[in-house]
Design a protein around this ligand. Structure first.
Ligand code: 1QQ
Length: 389
């Protein structure tokens, strides 16, 4: 008797076990996607533009049925401007918010700390603005929609030389405490040499610096025909302003860190004329870019900037790749993250940046790049990026 009841109890527990194992995980009501960019600190000058791009994508794709009928839900964690903030934001998104993937962080400097955390946890990361060498190589879960400095930076030098063929002597400035700036200046310096220009001086600063008198005085002794700056928006803007105040009159190239209209309030009328290469053009003639541009213009009454377009694109890639995964909302989270990463890398996308895809390593494959020049109005308060190539 005892044996029979033991046998029955065993059967019952096995049956219950099977039922429990086979019952699907509760279906997600909305698919959580993490957005970890700089909403505070000096880096927010760049991060603010990314927040808007991600939100526009959330609205746009949810209006079109989300992922196989399930909406997406963005979960924001502010990274601030440093490595620790980015690592904390990533950890919270992975463990607490249980996101399927992360878009972020803003800076390459932050990515080298934060993205390995997601990679170890098997969470796909799409970098919306990390352009330094080595980002996709962080790990198999890390890819980027921000074209690398090698693809973009040389375009600015080519455009300046077209307009000013007599340029010979080049002074380079870069922020030595920032991974992106160090990577970008290497490309600028290499291009200068390849174009047979003379690199007359290399000056360094820190991204938190506000006074550049010493470096400018040093550089101007060499009488440069061109100044090239790799830094971020606040430091870069102040450097431009002080160069002009100290009577430097020749062309200036700004790198990707100066690629925001938030620069205008820093260098005001002195921003006028800065050349900046672009990985996005608002003029791109495609239905998705027109839709994106019109959503942006409804909010901002101006054309969308690169960082907004790249953040939109990062969310788009995740949404469209989720659409390629079979029954994504009924998969265990770990499996979904794994399959999503494979789908991200395997597919191609028609985005506001143009048609893009990825190398197996997660590097963006993108074909169109542009150069813009900043044009300030006479008050020095308002400006725009005028595309010249
Ligand atoms: C990087 C960058 C920054 C300028 C993005 C805001 O390109 O850190 O890689």
């Amino acid at each position: 008797m005892r044996k029979i009841s033991y046998f029955l109890a065993l059967c019952l527990s096995i049956c219950l076990g099977i039922i429990a194992c086979q019952s699907p995980t509760p279906e997600m009501k909305a698919i959580p996607i993490g957005i970890a960019v700089a909403q505070t600190s000096n880096v927010a000058l760049l991060g603010q533009e990314q927040v808007l791009g991600a939100k526009l994508a959330e609205t746009y794709f949810n209006d079109r049925g989300g992922v196989q009928g399930t909406p997406i839900k963005l979960v924001f964690q502010d990274t601030g401007g440093d490595e620790q903030g980015a690592s904390n934001a990533f950890t919270t998104l992975i463990n607490q918010d249980k996101v399927v993937a992360i878009v972020g962080p803003t800076l390459s400097q932050q990515a080298f700390s934060a993205s390995p955390i997601a990679d170890r946890a098997g969470v796909p990361v799409i970098a919306p603005s990390n352009t330094a060498k080595g980002i996709p190589q962080i790990g198999k879960f890390v890819s980027r929609v921000s074209a690398p400095v090698t693809a973009v930076a040389p375009k600015a030098i080519e455009a300046v030389l077209q307009k000013n063929p007599t340029i010979k002597r080049v002074a380079v400035f870069y922020a030595q405490d920032d991974a992106f700036s160090k990577s970008e200046t290497e490309v600028f310096q290499k291009t200068v040499k390849e174009k047979n220009l003379e690199l007359v001086t290399v000056q360094t600063f820190q991204t938190k610096d506000t006074d550049f008198q010493t470096q400018i005085t040093n550089a101007l002794q060499f009488k440069p025909d061109l100044v090239i700056i790799s830094g971020l928006a606040a430091d870069g803007g102040n450097l431009v302003k002080q160069l002009r105040e100290l009577d430097y009159k020749n062309p200036i190239i700004g790198g990707n860190g100066l690629n925001t209209s938030n620069l205008f309030s820093v260098c005001k009328q002195f921003c006028d004329g800065i050349f900046i290469a672009q990985a996005y053009s608002p003029e791109l003639d495609s239905p998705i870019n027109k839709a994106f541009r019109s959503l942006y213009e409804q909010q901002k009454q101006q054309v969308p900037p690169q960082f907004t377009a790249q953040a939109f694109t990062a969310v788009q890639v995740i949404v469209e790749a989720l659409g390629k995964v079979e029954n994504p909302t009924s998969l265990p989270l770990e499996t979904l993250r794994e399959k999503l990463n494979a789908a991200i890398l395997a597919n191609s996308y028609d985005t506001p940046l143009g048609k893009i895809s990825f190398t197996p390593e997660g590097e963006i494959v993108q074909s169109q790049f542009y150069v813009a020049q900043i044009e300030m109005d006479s008050s020095g308060e308002k400006g725009r990026f005028k595309f010249i190539s």
